[in-house]
Design a binder for this molecule. Structure first.
Ligand code: GDD
Ligand code: MN
Length: 391
């Protein structure tokens, strides 16, 4: 890069999202960097100068020249990447990547980590909602031996400044679903939705990540070889410039991400058994519904509730004995079995209510054949899905 020319844009990695080991040889890596901090951006032209300036001031004082800032922009229409590239003239530790194909916050972070050399990998938002000062505490935590240091809004000194009740409800609700589906992952951190953390490169070396959407931390906790986690409280600030890119799409992607991680932790056999049990539940549900409506002479709603409940019982028994038999056998005793059944039922309850409501809607409002209505409701709201949660 000549003196009055901005640095070239970084090459965008392609292929698997695998984190390379730190280059050992001094030729490639003459002075090993301590920290590689990725700043994912999309439409952040009003924030990019301030965040780079703030981070440089902070890190230059703490670990002079032993850090790098990797800004990964997804071809923002406001040309955030171009402004950042100009900043490389002033900030030699700043490198810029402009992605034009792949898109998305979490893959942007991984692509940024893939081109780095730092012993510690980090991520921070560009919009100053993550107070840069917290970085120093995260850095201390890693140096003190943590594999992962997470800035959390949900511990002492944590919080959110201006979130609406809806956003708070959605965030906590998303966290609860995650805890039900992946307790072993989300249960390890108080703020699994955080997009602000540092992780020791070693625990991700040669690990192929496969995130979707916003929640890169989920992927790191689920796939990294992480032993010790430290959390640091921070207050999520108000966004002063630009706006949040979070839409319903990110929530759907979050659920997809959870299911992908959930299923990825299952051997194929368990996956198949789970599918077979779910299918058996469909036949049980429809069969009992038919019997209750024809021979039992029961009303539509009661038949729909009872048949769904029998299907839930069917799915629970087969999942507990067969699909997850290896896990439930470690939790012996009728009390623990009953506890699992009650948990299974509680989780199915919402599905059951929606299922029965949908049968009524399709039958009474749209005049659909009752058995077709029941089949549609099962297809859209399978009670078997709760098997994901039962273990
Ligand atoms: N490269 C890239 N591509 N960056 C993106 C994209 C994208 O598709 N979408 C958002 N970003 C960048 C934004 O420019 C910003 O720097 C950061 O990711 C966070 O995006 P926001 O849209 O501001 O997210 P938020 O403030 O609503 O949510 C934040 O807080 C959540 C809780 O911590 C984000 O940090 C989330 O990741 C986090 O889960
Ligand atoms: Mn934000």
């Amino acid at each position: 890069m000549s003196l009055n020319q901005p640095a070239d844009l970084l090459q965008v990695p392609t292929g698997p999202l695998k984190i390379p080991a730190q280059a050992e040889s001094p030729e490639i890596n003459p002075c090993p960097l301590e920290l590689s901090l990725v700043i994912p951006t999309y439409q952040e032209s009003e924030n990019v100068t301030e965040i780079v300036q703030h981070l440089t001031q902070l890190l230059e004082a703490r670990i002079p020249h032993r850090y790098e800032l990797i800004l990964v922009d997804d071809d923002s229409p406001d040309q955030t990447w171009k402004i950042a590239q100009t900043l490389t003239l002033q900030y030699s530790q700043l490198k810029v990547m402009r992605r034009q194909g792949e898109r998305g916050l979490s893959t942007a972070v991984v692509r940024g980590w893939q081109v780095t050399q730092g012993e510690i990998l980090g991520v921070i938002d560009a919009d100053l909602q993550h107070p840069p000062e917290t970085l120093l505490q995260l850095l201390e935590a890693i140096k003190a031996g943590a594999d992962l240091a997470v800035a959390s809004r949900h511990i002492e000194e944590g919080g959110v400044s201006d979130w609406s009740v809806t956003r708070r409800f959605l965030s906590r609700g998303a966290q609860l679903i995650g805890l039900l589906l992946l307790p072993g992952v989300l249960g390890r951190v108080s703020d699994p939705m955080s997009g602000y953390f540092m992780v020791r490169r070693q625990v991700l070396e040669n690990v192929t990540l496969n995130p979707i959407g916003y929640k890169i931390l989920l992927e790191v906790v689920a796939r990294g070889n992480i032993r010790q986690i430290t959390e640091v409280g921070y207050v999520f600030q108000e966004r002063l410039e630009g706006e949040s890119k979070v839409t319903w799409k990110q929530y759907i992607e979050y659920l997809q991400h959870l299911l992908r991680l959930r299923f990825s932790r299952w051997p194929v056999g368990r996956f198949l058994r789970f599918g077979i049990v779910g299918l058996s539940g469909v036949f049980v549900d429809i069969g009992i519904f038919y019997l209750l409506r024809t021979t039992g002479g029961l009303g539509l709603t009661r038949s729909a509730i009872l048949s769904a409940e029998v299907a839930i019982l069917n799915n629970f028994i087969w999942n507990d004995l067969w699909t997850f038999g290896d896990i439930s056998r470690q939790q012996r005793g009728w009390k623990r079995g009953l506890k699992r059944f009650i948990k299974f039922n509680l989780v199915c309850l919402l599905g059951l209510i929606l299922n029965v409501a949908l049968v009524n809607l399709l039958f009474n409002l749209f005049g659909m054949n009752q058995y077709l209505a029941k089949l549609m409701a099962i297809a859209l709201l399978p009670s078997g899905i709760s098997g994901l949660i039962s273990n």
